[in-house]
Design a protein around this ligand. Structure first.
Ligand code: ATP
Ligand code: MG
Length: 359
């Protein structure tokens, strides 16, 4: 099963103009990235055709789950209108702390028979009742010619939040052509396919996704219910200030603030998150004897906190870096490298969702 990348599949997900659209619904905003497939030197590439985001008010989306569907639908409509997006087929990202990804070897079946067989294959590994999850299977490589078995990944995600997200998107006049895990999208966007083993981490507001992959094949996928918002909360509580003020102070100060009270609150706030990342990587190492994680690659708004790269590096004792979400995009040099008032780089999740369809 090693050395085989997550499959990419264009069928039914490309728009009539050949573009693929990834849609990421996060706690702080809805974001879309539009990509077009191409080739460069005989190798498949993707180019960004458009991207945009619209912020969401607090509590509309919490821990990956939509709590105010009308607000989300309106934000998506606004995203399409403001950016003059015309295409309507989207790949939607889902993230949920209860999502599960496991290796699963199963008989080589056609898609319809596989869909019927999956609940039986999954019932022993999925903690939630089978009728409350959406099951998917991601085949990795060709069937074994002797046994006619295939290797792949079983993906189980709580059903209700996925259906609610699809409904909110479709009420905005779009069509959800495919649903994909946000963590897989992050891996496609920022993972280094040549690396033997790398940990790819998206630090969001409420959720942190971790994928440890071996040359593009996920080996460990975890979603932690932790993110940048808890630091803001910690700072607000400690300083006795409003959330909005604490948010600005956090972004401006970072972990190395000269103000002792601020840096203490932020360092304390980030500790549980960093500890859980370390525990997840330690678990991977114990389950994969001899595997050496070569580096940790970070993305997401939370990774922009001053000092966090070093804080994680010190704790996990591995080379750690912030990765440009546009790194695998052929026209990245046309985009400004740093976020500014007029250009926000597309999220790794929205890009990776579109890449799964376009490349
Ligand atoms: N410059 C910055 N310094 C510190 N933190 C930042 C900075 N910019 C953004 N953040 C934090 O990043 C988080 C938002 O990240 P992101 O936009 O990736 O989350 P999201 O995708 O909306 O949420 P989630 O994935 O959890 O649903 C917030 O907690 C925000 O405070
Ligand atoms: Mg996110």
């Amino acid at each position: 099963m090693k050395h085989r990348h997550l499959p990419r599949n264009r069928v039914g997900v490309l728009n009539p103009d050949g573009h693929a659209i990834g849609l990421d619904i996060g706690a702080t905003g809805v974001r879309a990235a539009i990509l077009s497939p191409g080739t460069l030197g005989g190798r498949p590439t993707v180019a960004v055709e458009g991207a945009g985001q619209v912020p969401l008010p607090r509590d509309a989306v919490k821990e990956g789950v939509i709590h105010d569907a009308d607000v989300v639908t309106e934000a998506i409509k606004q995203l399409w209108a403001e950016n003059r997006f015309h295409c309507r087929n989207v790949v939607l990202g889902v993230a949920n702390q209860q999502s599960l990804v496991r290796d699963l070897r199963m008989p080589n079946l056609d898609p319809a028979r596989r869909a019927k067989a999956l609940p039986y294959q999954a019932k022993d590994v999925v903690a939630l009742p089978i009728d409350q999850v959406v099951l998917d299977y991601c085949q990795l490589g060709e069937p074994d010619p002797e046994t006619d078995m295939v290797d792949g990944l079983l993906i189980a995600t709580p059903r209700e939040p996925v259906l609610a997200a699809v409904a909110a998107v479709e009420r905005a006049g779009l069509r959800v052509a495919r649903v994909d895990l946000a963590s897989f999208a992050t891996l496609r966007a920022i993972g280094a396919q040549h690396l033997a083993v790398e940990a790819v981490i998206d630090l969001g507001a409420h959720l942190t996704t971790i994928v440890v992959h071996d040359r593009g094949v996920p080996q460990l996928v975890r979603t932690l219910a932790r993110g940048g918002d808890e630091l803001t909360q910690q700072l607000a509580d400690r300083m006795g200030i409003e959330q909005i003020e604490a948010e600005a102070l956090k972004c401006e100060s970072g972990l190395d603030s000269d103000h002792a009270e601020i840096s203490r609150a932020l360092i304390q706030g980030v500790r549980p998150l960093v500890a859980e990342i370390r525990t997840s990587l330690a678990y991977f190492r114990s389950a994969h004897e001899g595997a050496v994680i070569e580096r940790v690659s970070l993305t997401g708004g939370g990774a922009r906190l001053g000092g966090i790269v070093k804080a994680i590096e010190d704790q996990v004792d591995l080379p750690t870096r912030l990765v440009d979400p546009l790194q695998h995009v052929s026209n990245r040099d046309d985009a400004p490298s740093a976020p500014d008032a007029t250009f926000a780089p597309p999220s790794a999740v929205s890009l990776g969702l579109a890449m799964g369809a376009a490349a």
